[in-house]
Design a protein around this ligand. Structure first.
Ligand SMILES: C[S@@+](CC[C@H](N)C(=O)[O-])C[C@H]1O[C@@H](n2cnc3c(N)ncnc32)[C@H](O)[C@@H]1O
Length: 231
């Protein structure tokens, strides 16, 4: 049985990645961006804000959206400070080239948080509260579902069961790809047993799985996404 998602989410940081990071993590092309997109879990990412400002149809979902925007922004800022400590104490695990250097990285995080906080106030309808493994959307509601930095990244906290249920649920609401990044744990270590177990169970239930190399590799070893499709 899966533990209570709210209990688990309490231990998980709410990060705030940008449109440019999403493009790189998920190899997003203009063609991919033309459809209806779900960011799941979106956390404090400014992907939705930027994408919508550029005319793309993006919806964000996260368990944390049950809380108010102002409280969330506070937590995201304190999570940026937590990750600052983590980033500086494990500097060798990262390749900072995408951002320039650590200072530029943390400045990007701050401005991404501000963009998120403004957008959730301005367009609350684009930010839906929902907890995997059950999403509040009908089947095939989206053309692409993007999922960054929950599954695999928190494998030490989330069971194989939860991974299978969450991935199946994302495949249910997508009529096209479900793209998941990264497919390594938070230290950049591969998860061969978990990946094999999940892949067998998803393929058995009619969901194809393949791994694709991406250009982005901030955490060393995190250079692939998982792509799912319902048959
Ligand atoms: C590390 S953040 C990633 C956010 C965003 N994708 C990014 O890359 O910046 C992980 C997010 O997962 C959310 N989360 C944790 N458990 C969840 C669940 N069961 N359902 C939906 N969201 C969940 C947390 O609230 C948090 O915002």
């Amino acid at each position: 049985m899966n533990p209570d998602p709210a209990q688990v989410a309490h231990d998980i940081i709410i990060s705030t990645r940008t449109f440019q990071e999403y493009q790189a993590m998920f190899s997003l092309t203009d063609h991919d961006l033309k459809g209806r997109i779900l960011d799941c879990p979106a956390g404090g990412a400014s992907f939705t804000a930027t994408a919508r400002a550029r005319g793309f149809a993006v919806t964000a979902v996260d368990i944390a959206f049950a809380r108010g925007g102002a409280e969330l922004a506070q937590q995201i800022k304190s999570d940026i400070d937590r990750s600052r400590l983590w980033g500086t104490s494990s500097g060798n695990s990262y390749d900072w080239a995408f951002y320039g250097d650590p200072a530029a990285f943390f400045a990007t995080r701050q401005s991404s948080c501000t963009a998120f906080a403004e957008d959730i106030e301005k367009s609350p309808g684009s930010y839906v509260a929902g907890a995997l493994p059950h999403l509040p959307f009908t089947t095939d509601s989206f053309d692409v579902v993007l999922s960054s930095h929950l599954l695999f990244n928190y494998a030490y906290r989330l069971s194989a069961e939860f991974h299978v249920d969450a991935l199946s649920e994302m495949a249910r609401v997508s009529r096209g790809d479900v793209r998941v990044y990264p497919v390594v744990d938070h230290n950049g270590h591969p998860l061969a047993d978990l990946m094999l177990d999940i892949t067998i169970r998803l393929e058995d239930s009619g969901i194809t799985c393949r791994r694709e190399r991406v250009e982005f590799e901030f955490l060393k070893g995190a250079n692939e996404m998982l792509v799912l499709r319902s048959r």
